[in-house]
Design a protein around this ligand. Structure first.
Ligand SMILES: [Zn+2]
Length: 404
């Protein structure tokens, strides 16, 4: 349970420091006097905050700027490379590790497939590779912390992976385990929540009300309302893939029947491709994979779409119909300013984006869709790593009125 902090002296100091740092980061190079004026803070408060930030290496002085007369003021700029962070993105099939700067740029990365690793062993697998990564990395002194993202139900406030069926994780206190091993601060968040933050902070979707929809192995979403991530009581908000759309549908691993996940996900598409192939339907997917079913991956499917393959187009159309209906529900429920499509199957799938856009224009309430932005993810293939970085950086640069 978190409590509101009282308006004490230290709180005000932190607020001023955070305002100053954020302002330098966004508007720099900038002078102390401009910082004071633009933030409505006294010059002496700005001076002491800046002194602290320079000492810690977050900010540095560069040459004098222009002046309308008198002495030219010294300009300050943000130093994104003086410190770094470690980002860990766990998916249901692989683990990505990266060292990143404070602008969420990847400096070094490694990738490990997770196969057959389940439950607590996932944490051991992570520690084993993280040990090696940090040793090779050799710059722990400038590391400000580790940020980990995991699919499934994550209690980010307590740092616990509550539930992930595919990885068999059940109440794994990952934050505590890593903090006691490495002696540095650890952040833990659901992967979709991290990516919606990243699109807001580092992508091209700077909206306070933003929904990210990912079609990968499964279907997931991250929901940002009034700049705040929607977590719900247990961290389970946004489990979009497990909204039921067919009471007569197949039983899902979550316990429900007819979950959206079994209509819109790579697993659903893959099984439809296999059914078509075994029934003898001709498709370019056969030529693209040399008839090897194990080589059928989202990239192959998207290539078949680009080539105008009839089977791929038919499947895409079915997915678009389901997705369109589901997205209209999200629009009516949350009234977002923008919706972003991502995940291995969503990314670069322009045909899907266009079909869903048509569906939205036809079926969403006119007032809610008027100026709605619906676009493709802007983060590229490092999206989950940038997501992990965004979680940490939002905490570092943001300011919370809740005690941690
Ligand atoms: Zn389900």
């Amino acid at each position: 349970m978190t409590n509101m902090r009282k308006g004490d002296h230290r709180l005000i100091q932190e607020l001023n420091r955070s305002k100053v740092l954020n302002h330098i980061r966004r508007e720099g190079p900038i002078s102390r006097i401009a910082l004071a004026k633009q933030n409505g803070i006294s010059p002496s408060t700005v001076a002491s905050a800046v002194q602290e930030l320079i000492k810690e290496g977050y900010v540095s002085e560069i040459g004098p700027g222009s002046s309308s007369g008198g002495r030219k003021p010294i300009l300050l700029r943000f130093n994104p490379d003086h410190h770094h962070l470690i980002a860990v993105a766990i998916t249901n099939s692989r683990m990505l590790l990266a060292r990143m700067n404070l602008e969420a740029r990847v400096l070094a990365k490694a990738e490990y497939p997770i196969s057959g690793v389940k439950g607590e062993a996932v944490a051991e697998f992570l520690v084993e590779h993280l040990d090696r990564f940090l040793t090779e990395d050799g710059v722990q002194s400038t590391c400000i912390g580790i940020s980990v993202t995991v699919p499934g139900i994550v209690r980010s406030d307590e740092g616990i992976v509550l539930y992930n069926t595919k990885l068999g994780m059940n109440r794994v206190p990952l934050k505590r385990m890593l903090e006691s091993r490495y002696g540095m601060k650890v952040w833990l968040e659901n992967d979709m929540n991290s990516v919606v933050l990243a699109e807001r902070q580092f992508g091209k979707y700077a909206y306070a009300n933003l929904i990210y929809i990912s079609i990968g192995d499964g279907l997931g979403s991250g929901i940002l309302i009034n700049e705040t991530l929607l977590h719900g009581k247990h961290g389970g908000a946004g489990e979009f893939g497990h909204t039921s759309v067919n009471r007569g549908g197949v039983r899902c691993e979550c316990g429900n029947v007819g979950c959206l996940d079994s209509y819109i996900s790579w697993m659903a598409v893959y099984s439809r491709i296999l059914t078509a192939l075994t029934s003898g339907r001709t498709t370019q997917i056969n030529e693209l994979t040399g008839g090897d079913y194990t080589r059928i991956v989202p990239e192959v499917y998207k290539e078949a779409l680009r080539r105008g393959d009839r089977l791929a187009l038919d499947i895409n159309e079915e997915v678009a119909d389901h997705l369109g209906a589901a997205i209209v529900n999200l629009i009516n429920m949350f009234n977002p300013e923008a919706l972003v499509l991502g995940g291995e199957m969503g990314r670069d799938n322009e045909a899907l984006l266009e079909k869903v856009r048509l569906y939205i224009n036809k079926h969403a309430m006119p007032i809610l869709r008027e100026d709605l932005v619906f676009g493709m993810t802007s983060l590229g293939e490092d999206d989950k790593l940038i997501g992990a970085a965004a979680v940490l950086l939002q905490d570092l640069f943001g300011f919370s009125l809740m005690e941690s």
